[in-house]
Write a protein that binds this ligand. Structure first.
Ligand SMILES: *[C@@H]1O[C@H](CO)[C@@H](O)[C@H](O)[C@H]1NC(C)=O
Length: 278
């Protein structure tokens, strides 16, 4: 039999190995996020975007509120494993949005290499329940892979988020398998069972236009490093499906904000700040 020949057996093994890993990488979209200087773009008394900023981007004075909190153990074991389970209430929307997000830092600018790493860990194009996004900051990029679920907000009013016990049960009930079994069987729900709240942070989003693209500016009041006051993080962002457009407009928006004196040359690490300060 030809297949018993050692060289052919090797070739068959190689083909089997290739087809086992043949699912293509996920196709991400891109979200460019750049920081703006709160001491210049916010009114010092009410911490709202100044009329100049609003008119520059054709933004109305109305904002959309978003109340956000993360759950993790006190020693942040879930975050350390690269995951962030989050509960969000967005003004005007029914229900709470639950998100289970896995982060992969992009090193050496190698977006495709990072998508391949995620693929080897089980996130490939066949997984339509998860969305891949490259979060593109000033210098750093992060691949985030997230799964969204929802939970009823009946019994809650306004922008209220659930307390610890209900937050735990909501995130445990809806936990997807990949999150739950990431480290070992039922790791995720076990950790959520002893988790606490990090946050909440009530952010405000304005929506306008810049360079034919929808532009968001979000103001996030986050506890300051001393823990006694509030630090306002102001982030301008836009989304695109095109890597080329993300790159060109990232540079163009940076130049535009710099020209106005509004740019902060730092990467935005909102989730990291919330995990550190709450
Ligand atoms: C608008 O974006 C394009 C890339 O899509 C860029 O080449 C151009 O310089 C930008 N224009 C401005 C005014 O920043």
């Amino acid at each position: 039999m030809a297949a018993s020949h050692p060289a052919i057996r090797l070739a068959l093994l190689a083909i089997a190995a290739l087809s086992a890993s043949a699912a293509p990488n996920m196709t991400p979209d891109y979200e460019v996020k750049l920081l703006m200087d709160p001491s210049i773009v916010l009114d010092p008394s009410d911490h709202k975007l100044t009329p100049t900023v609003l008119s520059t981007f054709a933004m109305p004075t109305t904002v959309t509120k978003m109340n956000v909190q993360f759950l993790d153990t006190s020693s942040k074991e879930i975050y350390a494993a690269g995951w962030s389970p989050r509960i969000r209430k967005t003004e005007g929307e029914n229900d709470f949005e639950l998100t289970y997000k896995k982060r992969y830092p992009v090193s050496s600018n190698d977006i495709d290499g990072t998508l391949t790493t995620a693929n080897t860990q089980g996130f490939d194009s066949g997984d339509s329940n998860y969305d891949a996004q490259i979060e593109w900051g000033y210098t750093q990029k992060t691949l985030s892979i997230s799964r969204k679920k929802s939970a009823s907000d009946s019994g809650y009013s306004g922008m209220d988020l659930p307390g610890t016990s209900n937050s735990r049960s909501m995130l445990i009930d809806k936990a997807p398998d990949k999150f739950d079994d990431w480290v070992s069987n039922n790791w995720g729900t076990t950790k959520l069972g002893t988790s606490r709240i990090f946050g909440p942070v009530l952010a405000k989003r304005s929506i306008g236009t810049w360079n034919s693209t929808q532009l968001y500016i979000e103001v996030w009041p986050i506890k300051d490093s001393a823990g006694t006051g509030i630090e306002y993080i102001v982030e301008a962002s836009f989304k695109t499906n095109s890597r080329t457009e993300a790159e060109q407009k990232h540079d163009a928006l940076m130049a535009f904000l710099s020209g106005k004196g509004w740019f902060v040359a730092q990467d935005s690490l909102k989730t990291g700040l919330i995990m550190d300060r709450y």
